[in-house]
Ligand binder design. Structure first.
Ligand code: ZN
Length: 173
């Protein structure tokens, strides 16, 4: 198991559409363990494989507070099969867009179909924070970032800011 570098805005990889994982092999289990290590190290509450540069439809989430026992959840090939008409606004952040937070409106409840690490097909009905987090991570699998849900002005402002920071870093290097 290992902490891997996180892909950050404006890296083009974040816009890739990830491929299905397929059979849950030992390699998939190792990848999900690395994703959890990377997420806990950051620290964050959710991570999609593309955020460590692997374009596979794999998501990890843990919403436990720091004073609670860890509750790692792994979603293989997750798919939203139902979402509520009612919406919910939640402040979101992203390990690929560090230190930027904005309110995003999404469906309040979703049903997600996925496989677990034993390859078993499962369905989960989620609300609140888990619903928000699942939608945010599943967006990543389609190359969509939470800033895409903001106004065009806000989005272009944050993208410019990160492009500028990346340029500065490469000039310093
Ligand atoms: Zn994210």
């Amino acid at each position: 198991m290992a902490v891997r570098p996180i892909v950050k805005l404006p890296e083009a990889k974040l816009r890739l559409k990830s491929e299905p994982v397929g059979p849950v092999t030992e390699e998939v289990r190792r990848l999900s363990a690395d994703m959890l290590d990377t997420m806990y190290d950051a620290p964050g509450i959710g991570l999609a494989a593309i955020q460590i540069g692997v374009p596979k439809r794999l998501v990890v989430i843990d919403l436990a507070r720091s004073d609670e026992e860890r509750q790692p959840m792994v979603f293989v090939d997750p798919e939203i099969v139902w979402s509520s008409d009612e919406k919910r606004v939640h402040e979101e952040g992203c390990l690929s867009i560090p230190e930027f937070y904005e309110e995003v409106e999404r469906p309040d409840r979703v049903t997600v179909r996925f496989r677990d690490l034993d390859g078993e097909m499962r369905e989960l009905e989620a609300d609140g924070m888990l619903a928000t987090c699942l939608q945010h991570e599943i967006d990543h699998l389609n190359g969509v970032l939470f800033i895409d849900h903001l106004s065009r002005l806000k989005r272009s402002r944050v993208i410019k800011k990160f492009e500028k920071a990346a340029r500065r870093e490469s000039e310093d290097a």
